[in-house]
Design a binder for this molecule. Structure first.
Ligand code: ADP
Length: 357
């Protein structure tokens, strides 16, 4: 704190004491002056006990009157500068308790007040804004979850109804049963992702660091997608540096690779290409997942790490928009970085940089 700031704050603190001091001094001076003037008038006549007593009474009445006037003035001052803002803050706090997060308190006019109330009001308004934001996120989250659940539920309901049709041939029965299973799988996937994200966001899990070979982990994760690249006739290229050991939470990291690979295969049409590379420096390892798929516009790219965001509604049936939110959260927890380069129709490259040790 600078020297003149310190002096300013001390003077500000003393300001009230100065006001009271000058008021009391003013009253005493008035009383003394009045007493002396009454006495000097009577001195020209005779200074009897009765005259002194009358002067004292008049002085007392004047002091009482002055004190009353100052008490009333002080009351009015308190009402305007203390009780007014306290009442407004209390009313706003009660509104927040009732769930109205839009309420704001108007700052005090600076006349005759110190800054304390304005600082409280400023903090209060910021708190209301933050609470409003959290509430919006919460309600948006519930709305999104409900919306996402409705589709698989409706699908399952339809297939369930169809399954009840009498005399159904074996082929149709299998088709409808598959529809029900698929709907249940989508819901289960979504619930798993929501739970994972929830655990990650509430910081209930702390990274369990172990040392492992990152290249091996990437290969293991890739193998799980074998059926997808074979079905889609997708060419897979890998350029994975050997012996890149990292110290990190391997389970958390595997979520990152699984989601990035799953998207790369999902958004790449038949006959396309997916490329995975791993390079490493002394302190960092960099994994790049490139695909020759549909790519993204800059507008889509700006939102992909948000919960429930899906850039391509036609493929919405194959995801729930939580994958990249989860990826981002994990990368943040591990202190890494994630970036994406993409162009519509040309494909995308997701790059993840993590600390090695
Ligand atoms: P989901 O894949 O379930 O839709 P994600 O959170 O994994 O959800 O991805 C969010 C959105 O980001 C996707 O809906 C898609 O629009 C876009 N996206 C992600 N990866 C790719 C990719 N490799 N190519 C094109 N778009 C992608």
């Amino acid at each position: 704190m600078k020297k003149h700031d310190w002096l300013k704050s001390v003077l500000k603190g003393l300001h009230h004491y100065f006001v009271i001091f000058f008021l009391v001094a003013f009253v005493i001076t008035c009383a003394t002056a009045l007493f002396v003037s009454i006495l000097s008038e009577t001195l020209q006549v005779t200074l009897t006990e009765e005259n002194i007593s009358t002067a004292a009474k008049i002085t007392f009445l004047n002091v009482a009157l002055l004190s009353l006037i100052f008490t009333i003035l002080d009351r009015v001052r308190r009402r305007l500068t203390v009780e007014g803002p306290v009442k407004r803050i209390t009313e706003a706090a009660e509104a927040i308790v009732r769930g109205d997060f839009l309420v704001r308190v108007k700052p005090q006019s600076r006349f005759g007040t110190d800054d304390t109330f304005n600082r409280i009001i400023d903090c209060f308004n910021r708190m209301a804004e933050e609470l409003g934001g959290v509430e919006t996120l919460r309600t948006d989250f519930i709305a999104n979850v409900s919306h996402e659940m409705k589709t698989p539920l409706a699908v399952m309901q339809n297939y369930g109804t169809l399954l009840q049709t009498p005399g159904l041939c074996e082929e149709k029965r299998l088709e409808y049963a598959k529809g029900v299973t698929e709907g249940a799988r989508r819901m289960a996937d979504m619930m798993t992702n929501i739970l994972k994200l929830n655990r990650l966001e509430n910081q209930k899990i702390y990274p369990q660091e172990t040392e492992f070979d990152l290249g091996e982990q990437l290969c293991e994760c890739l193998l799980q997608f074998e059926s997808q690249w074979e079905e889609g006739d997708i060419r897979l290229e890998t350029d994975i540096a050997e012996g890149v050991r990292v110290k990190a939470d391997s389970e958390l990291l595997s979520h990152v690779w699984n989601n990035l690979f799953s998207n790369a295969f999902k958004f790449t049409p038949t006959g396309g290409l997916v490329r995975v590379s791993l390079t490493a420096g002394a302190h960092h390892a960099v994994v790049a997942v490139t695909d020759s798929g549909i790519g993204m516009t800059p507008e889509v790219g700006a939102h992909i790490f948000e919960k429930f965001y899906q850039g391509d509604p036609s493929r919405a049936s194959r995801g729930n928009g939580l994958g990249l939110a989860l990826v981002k959260r994990v990368v943040d927890i591990l202190g890494g970085e994630i970036g994406v380069e993409s162009a519509p129709g040309k494909g995308s490259t997701f790059t993840v940089k993590i600390r090695r040790m």
